[in-house]
Design a protein around this ligand. Structure first.
Ligand code: FDA
Length: 299
């Protein structure tokens, strides 16, 4: 990261929310479900699939987790009613994982019931490493209960991920593979760009060798090109994998992947609580400091 970007990242908590919001708008569909539905419909028209995400973190009470669950159920109904090509992604801590794993299990199960009735799928996002064991346990319990309409996320930066992937492919899991976004300790995570890339490619190879369906979630040209190489090497059909990207990121590369005949799913976040998600995305943007500076001085 450039020195200028680092300076702006440090100053981010002091930058007015309205300015961050102006720059971050590209990463968020809007604050209402209707905004998310509109963005997904447009993506579908352009030949892309979607996964919808209701923004929100740091849930503190049982009632809030029920509220989140009750706000996710209408997403599934809207997808069905509008005949959209989209599934839903959920964050376990939004649904109570850190309060009580049993509460989280019941909330996610209610969402999976609705999704199953409507023929849809729910991806369980992976959060920081303090939640990895509990998230995988949640996923496995749901699978053991017969829910086949759910999948997990593996973060290539974690040392443990190779062992997790080797187990998950034997269990017939549906895996989204990403680098990982949280700031983890070097005792449990690779920190170097090349190390993380190497592990991503190693994990993807294990997944594809096992014939497991995978969402290849990256905007990194090195990884996209490497993945395309593996797709060719294994002679995969488009239905056996998909690329995944975040809304507002690398749109030219995204459109090229679709033009080349690969399936691609866009992660579409919406909701009132856009700030934490947006600042994470901004920190990943190599031109972020310039955009923020422009937003401060150009009105
Ligand atoms: P990298 O960050 O190196 O980006 C590669 C290039 O893409 C950059 O050089 C830049 O050009 C461009 N770029 C990336 N981000 C940008 C931005 N915000 N704005 C502009 N340009 C940008 N993580 C996690 O821990 N748990 C999860 O469940 C998920 N889920 C998830 C779903 C989907 C669909 C995606 C695409 C990603 C996630 N992630 C995630 C996030 C993931 O772990 C990772 O942090 C980001 O995808 C960034 O990593 P890249 O592989 O894109 O590489």
């Amino acid at each position: 990261m450039s020195l200028f970007n680092q300076l702006v990242v440090t100053a981010m908590p002091f930058i007015p929310k309205a300015i961050v919001g102006r720059v971050a708008r590209r990463y968020i569909a809007g604050s209402e479900l209707a905004d998310g539905v509109g963005v997904v419909a447009a993506l579908n028209m352009s030949g892309m699939m979607a996964t919808m995400d209701l923004l929100g973190e740091d849930i503190a009470t049982v009632a809030e987790t029920h509220q989140v669950r009750d706000n996710i159920l209408p997403i599934l109904r809207a997808i069905d009613q509008q005949r959209l090509n989209s599934n839903v992604s959920v964050k376990p801590t939004q649904l109570g994982l850190n309060l009580d794993p049993e509460l989280c299990y019941k909330n996610v199960r209610a969402i999976l019931d609705q999704a199953r009735d409507l023929g849809n799928f729910v991806r369980i996002d992976m959060e920081d490493a303090l939640t990895t064991d509990a998230t995988l346990a949640l996923y496995r319990r749901l699978r053991a209960d017969g829910y086949t309409n759910t999948g997990v996320v593996i973060q290539a930066y974690l040392h443990r991920s190779e062992s997790d992937v080797r187990s998950l492919v034997k269990e017939g899991a549906n895996i989204r593979l990403c680098k990982g976004i949280y700031n983890e300790s070097p005792s449990i995570a690779f920190k170097g760009r090349e190390e993380i890339r190497n592990n991503f490619m190693k994990l993807l190879t294990i997944i594809l060798e096992a014939g497991t369906y995978v969402g290849i979630a990256t905007h990194d040209d090195v990884l996209i090109d490497g993945s395309l190489g593996l797709v060719r090497k294994f002679g995969l059909k488009p239905a056996q994998y998909e690329f995944q990207m975040l809304l507002g990121v690398r749109e030219a590369r995204r459109d090229q992947i679709v033009r080349d005949g690969h399936r691609l799913r866009v992660y579409v976040p919406y909701g009132e609580q856009w700030y934490a998600y947006s600042t994470r995305r901004l920190k990943e943007n190599p031109h972020m400091a310039w955009y923020i500076t422009k937003a401060i001085f150009v009105r």
